[in-house]
Design a protein around this ligand. Structure first.
Ligand code: SF4
Length: 344
């Protein structure tokens, strides 16, 4: 904790004890780096300064604020939980871990981090940094997955202090992020090196065992359909990947299928329309955590027109910013804008 006091990064959510703001930061920080979160956090607190502001905002506006952070279930749960807290707990985050755990999106990590940091409730927390740090301290064998957490937690319960538990938990995460790094830990600067079994046996580079990352590759066709100055976009289903976000129509190219065939099949299956002609525009590559996607974008002319309803809309280019969209779609829009400028 002395090390943390001297070395902790100055992060915006470390200047508050407001449980709501701590909660927001902890949800944003899951699967996302600190540097990526900082601007989102600032914009979010401006848009929804209190739990009441979040609960009363429409989902579309909430998704828009989150756009680009990914893992959209996190923000939907945040929104749902805020509404439950307003309805059932007067807009305050209860201190009782059992009540908190019953709210959408509160697993052991979020419960532990929010309650320990905001209220000092003596709970342990295990994120990727803490898991790796403890695995090295104890020289645990295997890859760093949740199967390690029983042993990791047993250790944490032994060392958890009575007071200052929020700072203690943050100190462990910070030590893992800044010193006991995944690649090349800075053991010579580590305040706990004399307790570290991996370091004493020179095995810090081998613990935990490296996971083999399998990145799936997806190829998809995207249809840009225009009517005058309006573009056709549609809303994704409210369950599954990138749920409730808006995008251009299109979909995966099946094995052995040509891009043109995939385009006309997708338009027929998704919108019930027939493709008259198409012109290849450009390709966009985008990386998600588990997969990489190649998007082949076509300007399309249809026979007849697609329906317009709550989830199928014609929008002006300047209004794209009103719709929450996946990052891949935002990249397509940037390219469309460049192309339009070039063609003027
Ligand atoms: Fe990590 Fe090295 Fe510190 Fe051990 S001594 S906890 S491996 S940084």
């Amino acid at each position: 904790m002395r090390w943390y006091d001297k070395n902790k990064r100055d992060l915006p959510w470390r200047h508050t004890r407001d449980p709501y703001k701590i909660w927001v930061s902890e949800v944003m920080l899951q699967q996302t780096t600190v540097n990526a979160v900082i601007p989102y956090y600032g914009r979010w607190i401006k848009a929804f300064p209190t739990i009441h502001d979040l609960a009363s905002a429409p989902l579309e506006k909430v998704l828009k604020q989150w756009q680009g952070l990914g893992y959209y279930n996190r923000v939907k749960n945040l929104h749902k939980a805020s509404q439950i807290l307003i309805r059932e707990h007067g807009g305050a985050l209860p201190r009782d871990p059992q009540i908190i755990r019953s709210l959408p999106g509160f697993g052991p990590y979020t419960t532990g981090s929010v309650l320990s940091i905001a209220y000092g409730v003596p709970l342990t927390i295990i994120d990727a940094n803490v898991r790796r740090l403890v695995m090295r301290l104890l020289a645990l064998k295997g890859i760093a997955d949740t199967k390690q957490d029983l042993k990791v937690n047993e250790f944490l319960l032994k060392v958890l202090p009575q007071r200052g538990v929020g700072d203690f938990n943050q100190a462990l995460m910070e030590l893992g992020a800044l010193v006991c790094r995944s690649k090349e830990p800075f053991c010579s600067r580590c305040p706990v090196s004399s307790y570290c079994k991996a370091y004493s046996t020179g095995k810090q580079g081998m613990i935990p065992v490296a996971k083999k990352k399998v990145i799936q590759e997806v190829k998809a066709v995207i249809a840009i359909i225009k009517k005058g100055d309006h573009y056709f976009i549609q809303k994704r289903p409210s369950k599954g990947l990138l749920a409730d976000l808006w995008e251009f129509p299109g979909g995966k190219i099946k094995a052995g299928e040509s891009k043109k065939h995939a385009l006309s099949r997708e338009l027929k299956e998704e919108l019930g329309v027939q493709l008259k002609s198409s012109k290849y525009l450009f390709e966009v590559k985008h990386f998600y955590t588990q997969f990489k996607v190649d998007l082949f974008v076509f300007a399309c002319t249809l026979i007849g027109g697609p329906i317009t309803d709550a989830v199928h809309q014609w929008v002006l280019r300047k209004d794209f910013s009103k719709y929450p969209m996946p990052s891949g779609t935002s990249k397509i829009i940037e390219k469309i804008i460049l192309l339009d400028k070039k063609n003027k």
